[in-house]
Design a protein around this ligand. Structure first.
Ligand code: HEM
Length: 207
């Protein structure tokens, strides 16, 4: 029970960052310059060493505690909602490990500025678009769905339709937001010219 509370607490920290981060990608619907300007302002807060350390610690804790829940509840889990929560959580676990690793490799090893072009680059180096499109789409959708599942368990005293709505609404909103972000990165709303240095990362020509 204590671990579950701590998992919820660190989820608040991760979710706060996720809100800013997803808002940043939504601002990107207005164009690359708008995306970059928002990111530059947001970075002045989330790239403060203390803030970044707190965020990364919360993510590490989220991964470890989430893994413990997935393994511990494997045999007892029953019903669609429990599996939806475990499935979206397991995907986030995979995504966090991969996403944070690739961002830090790009920042400190390549090194490149991990801006809009970094997020978009995989869409412009075939066949990686077939990986990055579902990879990002499912990440944003999983954030909303996972939070909706947590809300469902919080609303124990409410009617069944109200509890179902607590999951369905975030999932539908997440679906639409995911789709818009992926389409903007894929260049559907405006042309995107990714500099060759970013594409080279996918072609393995970074050293
Ligand atoms: C469309 C989906 C996504 C794209 C294209 C994307 C892209 C990026 C980019 C470009 C950065 C670098 C930011 C910077 O340098 O300031 C970043 C950082 C990060 N992203 Fe995402 N992201 C996506 C979804 C998510 C989601 C759903 C999460 C979950 C919370 C997430 C968590 C993070 C974290 C933790 C960092 C590192 C922050 C730091 O300490 O600098 N991302 N992402």
């Amino acid at each position: 029970m204590r671990l579950r509370h701590l998992h919820g607490l660190s989820a608040l920290i991760v979710a706060s960052y996720a809100c800013v981060h997803i808002a940043n990608h939504l601002v990107g619907l207005a164009g690359i310059e708008a995306h970059m300007a928002f990111m530059s302002a947001a970075r002045s807060v989330y790239r403060l060493p203390a803030v970044e350390a707190l965020l990364l610690s919360a993510i590490a804790f989220q991964i470890c505690s989430g893994l413990a829940f997935v393994i511990r509840g494997w045999k007892q889990r029953e019903g669609f909602i429990q599996w939806l929560q475990a499935g979206s959580g397991a995907y986030l676990l995979f995504f966090f490990l991969n996403h944070v690793r690739e961002i830090f490799l790009a920042r400190f090893v390549v090194p490149v500025d991990t801006n809009f072009y970094f997020g978009a680059s995989g869409f412009y180096v075939p066949p990686f678009q077939f990986f990055v499109a579902p990879y990002y789409f499912l990440a944003v959708l999983a954030v909303f769905t996972h939070l909706g599942c947590a809300l469902y368990w919080q609303l124990q005293t409410r009617s069944r339709p109200a509890r179902i709505l607590a999951i369905a609404l975030p999932a539908v909103v997440g679906f639409v937001i995911s789709l818009l972000i992926v389409l903007s990165l894929a260049g559907v709303f405006y042309p995107v010219e990714v500099p060759s240095g970013y594409k080279a990362i996918y072609n393995g020509q970074t050293s």
